[in-house]
Write a protein that binds this ligand. Structure first.
Ligand SMILES: NC(=O)c1ccc[n+]([C@@H]2O[C@H](COP(=O)([O-])OP(=O)(O)OC[C@H]3O[C@@H](n4cnc5c(N)ncnc54)[C@H](OP(=O)(O)O)[C@@H]3O)[C@@H](O)[C@H]2O)c1
Length: 237
């Protein structure tokens, strides 16, 4: 299904993106992982095996993206999990924080899709990552809800404009990844437990849950313009 397929994963040095890179390799595909931090790229490549490749770049840096896609050449799938978000009371969010979120979740994905589009195979796909906050916001998620909702709009419009390339978004609920590492261990566990208790699935997500879901939207030829909710039923709780 993915044998010899080239999959570029922007955000592939951590969490769901890194788990997807592992899965692509297991299926004999060729992942390329991209993240800002060169050390994290090195660590990811040490975890993954040949033929995985890696680049350090900010998704909002058009010149860096251009260079990456020129080096990569033709590709089969683009997946974007990059996110630089802020969770803060509405009135306390700074212009810089909003701009970083917009860069990582709107402008960057837009530029990456522009560079990838002419190089993608006709059977290929683009998968963006939005998130539950767009559907079930809580206090402190104004920036997250805004950029996630916008990204889903981009996915739907590109599904029409880039056809037959398929374009989808995945909307995760709370998933145990390094994105939550800013919380002290005990506080993080209490947060996970509290979320799990209120979810129909009675647990939070894993990177493996999301990698499997991404594989589905990447490879199912009849899935396009869709938002796949992988949130443990979070919109209903
Ligand atoms: N985990 C959750 O509970 C959850 C819930 C809802 C939605 N989501 C969404 O799911 C996606 C994946 O999240 P995750 O939990 O796997 O996150 P993660 O573990 O923090 O990984 C994020 C990846 O994106 C890269 N990245 C961040 N900003 C970037 C930028 N400006 N340019 C290039 N790369 C950048 C990071 O590397 P560098 O830092 O080195 O750049 C890292 O590789 C995100 O879009 C997130 O918003 C997650």
């Amino acid at each position: 299904m993915l044998k010899d397929k080239k999959v570029v994963i922007i955000g592939g040095t951590s969490g769901m993106g890194l788990e997807l890179a592992r899965l692509v390799l297991d299926l004999q595909g060729c992942p390329t992982v991209v993240g800002r931090n060169a050390e994290k790229v090195k660590d990811a490549l040490a975890l993954l095996n040949h033929p995985a490749k890696g680049f350090a770049a900010d998704i909002a840096d058009r010149q860096a993206l251009k260079a990456i896609f020129e080096q990569t050449g033709g590709l089969d799938h683009l997946v974007i999990t990059a996110a630089d978000l802020v969770f803060k009371p509405f009135g306390a969010v700074t212009p810089e924080e909003i701009q970083r979120a917009i860069n990582s979740k709107i402008l960057g994905p837009y530029f990456a899709a522009q560079f990838a589009a002419p190089r993608l195979s006709r059977e290929g796909s683009i998968t963006f990552f939005s998130g539950l906050a767009a559907y079930k916001p809580s206090a402190g998620t104004s920036v997250v809800a805004t950029v996630n909702a916008a990204l889903e709009g981009l996915a739907k419009s590109l599904a029409v404009e880039l056809s037959p390339v398929r374009v989808n978004a995945i909307s995760p609920g709370v998933v145990d990844t390094p994105i939550w590492e800013h919380l002290p261990v005990a506080e993080r566990q209490a947060f996970y437990d509290g979320v799990a208790r209120n979810l129909p699935a009675r647990r939070i997500g894993t990177s493996a849950d999301l990698a499997q879901a991404t594989l589905f939207v990447m490879t199912n030829p009849f899935v396009t313009g869709t938002v796949l909710h992988v949130d443990g039923g979070g919109r209903l709780s």
